[in-house]
Design a protein around this ligand. Structure first.
Ligand code: HBI
Ligand code: FE
Length: 288
């Protein structure tokens, strides 16, 4: 079928919104842009990204130069955890997204951000999707968590809790922190693929860092336009996976129809707080 992407292109996609990556069509300039983004992030990440992320980069040979060819990348990834990477031209509808994840396929953008938007863009491009997300999919426990998330999404169908599930994805897969023996580390794809947020999320006094609590986080709004005001911290990927292995029925009963949400800067008496932020950055207007 034909769809129109948010970037204004009209594209023919399959039923599941996938397209051919058309790797041969990337220009030398685009491959070079990937290399520059890659080098810039890799300088930031030692001592900031968690070991599992760094191991994924190595195991998948992501340091090879140029935009990765999804078929070759998938062949390496499939041997490790059974996941494959498929190309999509834009965000896909929620039900399609869940179906891909539940079947261990990660949909990744088939385009790279333009030179003028090297630091920030809202559409997930190949750098965010592959550099940010795919290394963690080489880790067996995280790989299971992502599949469980897809299945959770499929089971949520029609229950009015999709926004709660989207918050779980946002605050873990995209912006999660993990407390290790060596200190606080990043595992969220939205942070590891951003130079400025990989500094802000760990070093700034502004944001709160609160211990992961599934229901609390599912009740908390997030921002898509700027640094997060709260980062949620796990102790281990087992903790994350275990939280998704419970029966979500009773949880959905409590969440369903609950239209009020905590603002992104809320701290409650019951929260386990790693650091209570000043919120000065957001209160001063943030990026604006
Ligand atoms: N589609 N390609 C793509 N990538 C995403 O991260 C994505 C998506 N569709 C929906 C979605 N994410 C989220 O809204 C889900 O967590 C619900
Ligand atoms: Fe993402």
């Amino acid at each position: 079928m034909l769809i129109k992407t948010r970037l204004g292109r009209t594209v023919e996609v399959a039923e599941d919104y996938t397209v051919d990556q058309e790797w041969e069509h990337f220009t030398a300039e685009e491959h070079d842009r990937w290399d520059r983004l890659y080098a810039r992030q890799c300088k930031m990440l030692p001592g900031r990204a968690c070991d599992e992320f760094m191991d994924g980069l190595t195991k998948l040979s992501l340091s090879d130069s140029g935009i990765p060819n999804f078929i070759e990348l998938s062949d390496r990834l499939e041997k490790l955890t059974g996941w494959r990477v498929v190309a999509v031209p834009d965000l896909v509808p929620d039900d399609v997204f869940f179906d891909h994840l539940a079947n261990r396929r990660f949909p990744a953008g088939n385009f790279i951000r333009p030179e003028e938007q090297l630091d920030y863009l809202q559409e997930p491009d190949v750098f965010h999707d592959v550099f940010g997300h795919v290394p963690m999919l080489a880790h067996p426990v995280f790989a299971d968590y992502m599949e469980a998330y897809g299945q959770g999404g499929q089971r949520a169908g029609g229950r009015g809790v999709l926004k709660n599930l989207a918050r779980l994805y946002w605050y873990t897969v995209e912006f999660g922190l993990i407390k290790t023996r060596d200190g606080m580390r990043i595992y969220g794809a939205g942070i590891v693929s951003s130079k400025s947020e990989s500094i802000f999320s760990l070093d700034s006094d502004c944001p709160h860092r609160i211990h992961f609590d599934l229901e609390r986080l599912m009740r908390t709004d997030y921002r898509i336009d700027d640094f997060q005001q709260t980062y949620w911290v796990i102790d281990s990927f087992d903790e994350l996976l275990k939280a998704t292995y419970q029966d979500f029925g009773p949880l959905y009963d409590r969440l369903e129809g609950d239209v009020t949400a905590y603002t992104p800067d809320t701290v409650l008496d019951n929260d386990t707080v790693h650091s209570h932020g000043t919120q000065l950055y957001a209160n001063a207007g943030g990026r604006l």
